[in-house]
Design a protein around this ligand. Sequence first.
Ligand code: NAD
Ligand code: ZN
Length: 395
Amino acid sequence: MKALCWHGRGDVRVERVPDPSILNPRDAIIEVTSTAICGSDLHLYDGFIPARKRGDILGHEFMGEVVEIGSKVRNLRPGDRVVVPFTIACGGCFFCREQLWSLCDNSNPNASMAEKIAGYSGSGLFGYSHLYGGYPGGQAEYVRVPFADVGPFKVPDELLDEHVLFLTDIFPTGCMAAENCGLRGGETVAVWGCGPVGQFAIRSAWLLGAGRVVAIDRIPERLQMAASDGRTDVLNYEDVDVLEELRALTDGHGPDACIDAVGLEAHGTTLDAWYDLAKTRTMMATDRSHALRQAILACRKGGVVSIPGVYAGLLDKFPLGTAFAKALTLRMGQTHVHRYLPKLLDHIERGDINPSFVITHRASLDEAPDMYRLFRDKQDECVKVVLEPGRRAAH
Ligand code: NAD
Ligand code: ZN
């Protein structure tokens, strides 16, 4: 089959690789009909996530048709159309039973590697380095899905792939980010980053009762997309002083909740942002955490900083003293995708939201290397790329 393989920083290639096969009675093989490129893939592409190997198949946002099932998979049949959570979960361990699916204790065969860094390991993830299990990802024609009796979620035939594909990651991620804000109704929520995750965090904050949402980025088309709901305020951090603006919009208090949907590759115009850039370029630091610092500084006293953006290492110049002094609550983590699927599918079916609004590019798998470049460099007004392995290349 064809698959998108990682070969080095900024180097991904479409190659012929062996087809996956059932290795475990709880596996299924899925023929991928649609798969997306995520901001998290960029962290791999740009070399921020450790434990990659040449030839690793990337991709953790994918859906398709079941073509084969293991002997213990009773909930699926060949022909079923499913979306697959990017977090792999066994369904039976303490964490899965607590609905903390992304913390599954049984799905990372390389847990010992993660334990050395983090003390304990989270769940395995598709296509996301050997630290998270070394599972081949879904930017491919076929993919093996472990614990297929738990993860894959059937979707109605009436809905197109583009309506349901983002249930695999970014819609639940935006939703969990907003849920972590603990909204009771009427709050001001500020969202850093208007990438796909930020867009879903904004819309989820509204769905959960925010009274005002302010979105921050520097890329005009992304700010425009955020504002296109007709009620989200936007700030371009290259044009204004974000802290001052947020203070002015909130009677001097700061937003009740701040969502960092940027993660470890933040840009910025302030001194600390340049400092991060210099330090990560010289391998003296692991993460560029300017957006998170700003969210902590901006948040009102006693507020919540919700962090869906990915961080990988030991953060430099982290203002924990400020967070402490203001009694902030910090909430974060990989998304517990499984928990959100039924509820978010309901929202889609009821027409509360059509997740396809973020898609700007559709391409074949062969075009994936170009699409990675485009998405990373934010060229051609690219916000979200969907790859269709069954589609022919345009050139
Ligand atoms: P993206 O790269 O498309 O978007 C990031 C956006 O942040 C860009 O538009 C960029 O211009 C903006 N940005 C950069 N610096 C900024 C700053 N200082 N202030 C405001 N905006 C700034 O990525 P994405 O797909 O939207 O993903 C965002 C983050 O969410 C990534 O870190 C990704 O890894 C993470 N993520 C986490 C989960 C999870 O389970 N927690 C799931 C999916 C993605
Ligand atoms: Zn993702």
